[in-house]
Design a binder for this molecule. Structure first.
Ligand code: FES
Ligand code: FES
Length: 209
């Protein structure tokens, strides 16, 4: 019993012993902690809304952050920052992309169009005018992305790019509400202005929704 008593350690001693053992059994643990590497900086040049821009950027900067934080083009919105809402949609070399999912330094030499490049308050793009006319928004947060996306959708249909709901791949693709809703399903509107958005885009497409 005396031996057992000798072996019994207080809780505090056990904790202290364990901690010491942990330190001993993990040599160099502190050394292994990742050091914060200096950011890697690169120069990138691209054209935004017709203007050549050259930026020195941390290579981790998304195109969305380059536009919003560095060029102060805040029309493109950050809704989710991981490709789920479409609020950040811009057009790059004629194709719409989620700018939050793309690194700015990947766009050397590209032509980027944001909502600011589509129209101005004095001279709205036909889609912008149609959104106003048809009340295609409520809070407006998703609207720049919706309009950039709609512009690219109309170009895609004109160019014969099929969608998941295109029935006949050999026939000329026609604008339809189904085509539009499918193609714009990546642009979420929390206010639920979808039916008015469809009416606005349909009017510009020369069709009725
Ligand atoms: S902010 Fe890019 S998809 Fe939501
Ligand atoms: S208008 Fe509010 S999220 Fe679309």
């Amino acid at each position: 019993m005396a031996i057992l008593d000798d072996l019994q350690l207080s809780r505090r001693e056990v904790m202290a012993t364990g901690a010491a053992a942990g330190v001993v059994s993990a040599p160099g643990l502190a050394d292994a902690a990742p050091e914060h590497a200096a950011p890697s900086i690169m120069t990138v040049s691209f054209t935004v809304n017709g203007q050549r821009q050259t930026l020195e950027l941390d290579t981790r900067t998304t195109l969305l952050d380059a536009l919003r934080e560095h060029l102060k083009l805040t029309g493109s919105k950050k809704g989710c920052d991981h490709g789920q809402c479409g609020a950040c949609t811009v057009i790059v070399d004629g194709r719409r992309i989620n700018s939050c999912l793309s690194l700015a330094v990947m766009h050397e030499g590209d032509e980027v169009t944001t909502i600011e490049g589509l129209g101005t308050p004095e001279k709205l793009h036909p889609l912008q005018a149609a959104f106003v006319k048809h009340d295609g928004y409520q809070c407006g947060y998703c609207t720049p992305g919706q309009i950039c996306s709609a512009k690219a959708v109309l170009d895609e249909i004109k160019a014969g790019v099929p969608s998941h709901v295109t029935a006949d791949l050999n026939a000329r693709i026609q604008f339809s509400e189904d085509e539009l809703r499918e193609r714009m399903s990546g642009n979420i509107c929390r206010c639920g202005a979808y039916s008015n958005i469809v009416e606005a885009v349909a009017e510009v497409a020369g069709k009725s929704a």
